[in-house]
Design a protein around this ligand. Structure first.
Ligand code: SF4
Length: 290
């Protein structure tokens, strides 16, 4: 059986940098808190937990003081920074520069809205950590739309300024933009394509990769937005694509009458885990020979 790991998969630079910052601090300190899982991947969270990185929830954060907390690549709303300052919490801010720039642009548009009465719209997943950080720039006023059904919530008497969560798909954004333009021609609509190319640029490569195999194992944490999006892309070109988060989710039945397996993943999936999946498959193959 031919087994191949996608060379284009693995962490994006935002995640690599957040992990580097955590490990750098843990070289000198035994313990460090991280606000939310540092990456949507259990094996990586567990590897860092063993080094002293403890994940805390937002509820826990707001009870803490006199400590150090790492902010992951997704970014956080302003109240996190305000609380940290008031409670002597040192922040190691590993917000991805791409997200940071987006937060600043949204803040500026929100401030402009006071002058031109425009509304800020974010195309993204409601409740997602990055989206919460973006909505936080607007005092909670930005409207989050997940798809065309949510467009009904918009006020079509006011100008519209739309941004996208960094990990959304380009097709989804284009579709939404078309629908939005069909709904009104009376107000100004500004669309800002703020999809991160670390994700979007993987799409052509992952399509070419997925189509070459009898079976594709797509490895990702279940909470990863770009994981869900890239999995859908793989499935669209190769219906025999399976989503797994852990090795023990691989069903041996999938491998029956299969000559080739491709292994790929999200921007939050460590390359190491993809290699482990490949080794695991090789081991399964050896065992069936015996
Ligand atoms: S996907 Fe892009 S925006 Fe998100 S953390 Fe990675 S590099 Fe940053």
């Amino acid at each position: 059986m031919k087994i191949e790991v996608d060379k284009g998969s693995g962490f994006c630079f935002g995640v690599v940098e957040a992990i580097r910052r955590a490990e750098e601090r843990l070289e000198n300190d035994q313990k460090l808190y991280c606000l939310g899982d540092i990456v949507h991947n259990n094996s990586e969270v567990e590897r860092l937990r063993k080094k002293g990185l403890t994940t805390i929830s937002h509820e826990q954060f707001f009870t803490m003081s006199n400590t150090t907390v790492l902010l992951r690549a997704h970014g956080e709303p302003p109240e996190i920074y305000k609380y940290a300052q008031a409670n002597n919490i040192e922040l190691i801010d590993a917000t991805c520069p791409v997200v940071l720039k987006l937060q600043k642009r949204i803040l500026k548009s929100y401030e402009n809205g006071a002058k031109d009465n425009s509304q800020v719209i974010i195309y993204g997943k409601k409740g997602h950590a990055e989206v919460n950080g973006l909505v936080g720039q607007t005092n909670g006023d930005a409207i989050v739309v997940e798809g065309i059904d949510d467009l009904a919530q918009l006020d079509y008497t006011r100008p519209i300024v739309l941004y996208s969560q960094t990990t959304k798909g380009l097709d989804g954004l284009h579709h939404l933009t078309e629908e939005l333009k069909n709904k009104t021609s009376k107000v100004a609509i500004k669309i800002h394509d703020t999809i991160c190319r670390q994700v979007a640029n993987r799409i052509p490569g992952i399509k070419k990769f997925a189509v070459r195999f009898d079976l594709v194992l797509f490895v990702s944490g279940k909470k990863s937005s770009n994981g869900k999006m890239l999995f859908d892309i793989c499935s669209s070109v190769n219906p025999n694509t399976k989503f797994i988060s852990e090795l023990n989710e691989i069903d041996p039945v999938w491998l029956k009458n299969i000559d080739s397996v491709g292994i790929c993943g999200a921007t939050s999936t460590p390359k190491q885990l993809l290699e482990e999946v490949a080794e695991f498959l090789l081991g399964m193959e050896e065992n069936t020979k015996v």
